[in-house]
Design a protein around this ligand. Structure first.
Ligand code: GDP
Length: 366
């Protein structure tokens, strides 16, 4: 599955957010740094209003959303890259996730200690990023030196990897995160970069945790974060962890009423989950019939057989073709039969690149 790691300085609201996410109300959010040490993982459904529309047409008995995982990674402190405190464990946990959700404290509350003694989310983001860059710099410098030796001996692998390593190293030496290389990167290079498994090459989503009153509009702190994110190829969302914690405990009807009173259209967590999904560069395709309407996840760029393989490995192995109807056509025309009659049900082969929202039916050999 695809995993987002939730990181941030102590006491910014990570656990509150994570608990709301997984609705594990039982878990504690104490006003004490380092209260969560082991990474906690929670799987969440990706909200998608298209599921309901499709299932209304096919009269499915069941709706099954697709899922992504969030991992609560605690223990970041200044000096983590030098192995201070829980630093090493923290960095090891980040290595295992596909994307980083970075929670920043954008709320004022004199009762909740801030480790740095002031509210400044942009500076906090830099503190965390600096630790990640230092860790990357150290590991990459070592590996690049070895690789340069091998490349001068005409080692093929080294000669392939080295240019990417040197580009990444140059950025880090310049005090910049490696994810700046991701913008418009070629598929081959992306593979190499992912293989290096650097901490700052992972996509980042900043979550601005604001006070309840600022949940709808954000505040000066969250605006500063949005500007920073823009300049870094990162995303940002405004959320009130306190509201989300409250909503997580209400019935759907109560939650809707409460959100409306707060001036919100939907739970912030829904936006967070969707942003995480976007961050991971994922798209959704659907299967639908009387039994169930189901959302499935693939990486952007996946071809039809790979999509089939997400459902069952046999589907990929024996793939023949996929009847594919675009979501808009499926809904506008009112389902498969009408779409076929209108010539909107395409037979796609092995090279077809899946589009977000495709409603697919696979033909395969067993
Ligand atoms: P973590 O250390 O980052 O996991 O932070 P926690 O989620 O444990 O939160 C630390 C403290 O801040 C707890 O007492 C929370 O109740 C409180 N807290 C979290 N989010 C908010 C918020 O949006 N507003 C206020 N006032 N307090 C919050």
């Amino acid at each position: 599955g695809f995993k987002c790691g939730i990181v941030g300085l102590p006491n910014v609201g990570k656990s509150t957010l994570f608990n709301a996410l997984t609705k594990t109300a039982a878990a504690q959010a104490a006003n004490y740094p380092f209260c969560t040490i082991e990474p906690n993982t929670g799987e969440v459904a990706v909200p998608d209003p298209r599921l309901k529309k499709i299932s209304a047409i096919t009269k499915s008995k069941e709706i099954i959303p697709t899922r992504i995982s969030f991992v609560d990674i605690a223990g970041l402190v200044r000096g983590a890259s030098k192995g201070e405190g829980l630093g090493n464990q923290f960095l090891a946990n980040i290595r295992e996730v596909d994307a980083i959700v970075h929670v920043l404290r954008c709320f004022e509350d004199d009762d909740i200690t801030h480790v740095e003694g002031r509210i400044d989310p942009v500076a906090d983001a830099e503190t965390v990023e600096t630790e990640l860059m230092l860790a990357d710099l150290e590991s990459l410098e070592r590996r690049t030196t070895q690789m340069q030796k091998r490349a001068s001996g005409k080692d093929k692998e080294a000669m392939t990897l080295l240019p990417m390593m040197e580009q990444a190293l140059a950025l880090l030496q310049d005090g910049k995160p490696v994810r700046l290389l991701l913008d418009g990167i070629a598929a081959e290079d992306l593979k190499i970069l992912r293989g290096l498994n650097l901490l700052t090459s992972k996509p980042v989503l900043y979550v601005c945790n604001v006070a309840e009153a600022d949940a709808a509009e954000g505040n000066a702190h969250s605006q500063a974060v949005a500007t920073m994110a823009d300049g870094q190829g990162a995303l940002s969302v405004v959320i009130s962890a306190a509201i989300e914690a409250e909503v997580a405990q209400l019935s759907d009807a109560e939650a809707a009423e409460y959100l409306e009173a707060m001036g919100l259209e939907e739970p912030g967590l829904d936006r967070l989950i969707r942003a995480g999904y976007e961050l991971l560069d994922l798209i959704t395709f659907f299967t639908s019939g009387p039994k169930e309407t189901r959302a499935w996840t693939v990486h952007k760029g996946a071809k039809a057989p790979q999509a089939a393989g997400v459902i069952h490995t046999d589907f990929e192995r024996g793939f023949i073709r996929a009847q594919t109807i675009g979501y808009q056509d499926f809904v506008a025309l009112g389902g498969e039969t009408a779409a076929r009659e209108a010539g909107k049900a395409r037979d796609e082969g092995k090279e077809y690149v899946v589009t977000d929202g495709d409603v697919m039916l696979f033909k395969f050999n067993t």
